[in-house]
Design a protein around this ligand. Structure first.
Ligand code: HEC
Length: 111
């Protein structure tokens, strides 16, 4: 019974990644190299990244920049592979993605 409850709890926490938690992950692990709306630092401004990348792309790059930097258009990789949990990568990607809540609407809109 206890195991079942633990499983439900773990499933629950992994299905609902949390923007607020992601914000804390960002502050502790990404903000030394990335700004939000403060322009380019060592890495790109996340406000811009939130326009151009899907949540899945942000998660993937955060997890493994070395194997993706060419695909993302960089000629060199200066971002380290960070030792975070899967859930922390998802949360931080949720946070970055949430910076532009209307981007889908903006992309779909045609005149
Ligand atoms: C030591 C500096 C550093 C840290 C820490 C860092 N980054 Fe980066 N990041 C970079 C640099 C530099 C680039 C540009 C590409 C490269 O060098 O790999 C980059 C690129 C990226 C990109 C690709 C953006 C694009 O679309 O071109 C994403 C996404 C990203 N970082 C997310 C994160 C996240 C999330 C964290 C924290 C969990 C983080 N970074 C921590 C330096 C850093």
């Amino acid at each position: 019974m206890k195991k079942t409850l633990l499983l439900i709890f773990l499933l629950g926490t992994s299905l609902f990644a949390d923007v607020e938690k992601g914000k804390a992950v960002f502050a502790a692990n990404c903000a030394i190299c990335h700004t939000v709306n403060g322009g380019k630092a060592l890495g790109p401004d996340m406000n811009l990244v939130s326009y151009t990348r899907h949540k899945e792309e942000i998660t993937a790059y955060a997890k493994d920049p070395y194997s993706l930097y060419k695909k993302f258009g960089y000629s060199a990789n200066a971002m380290p592979t960070l030792p975070l949990e899967d859930q922390e990568f998802k949360n931080v990607a949720d946070y970055i993605s949430s910076l532009q809540p209307f981007k889908k609407w903006m992309i779909k809109k045609k005149k």
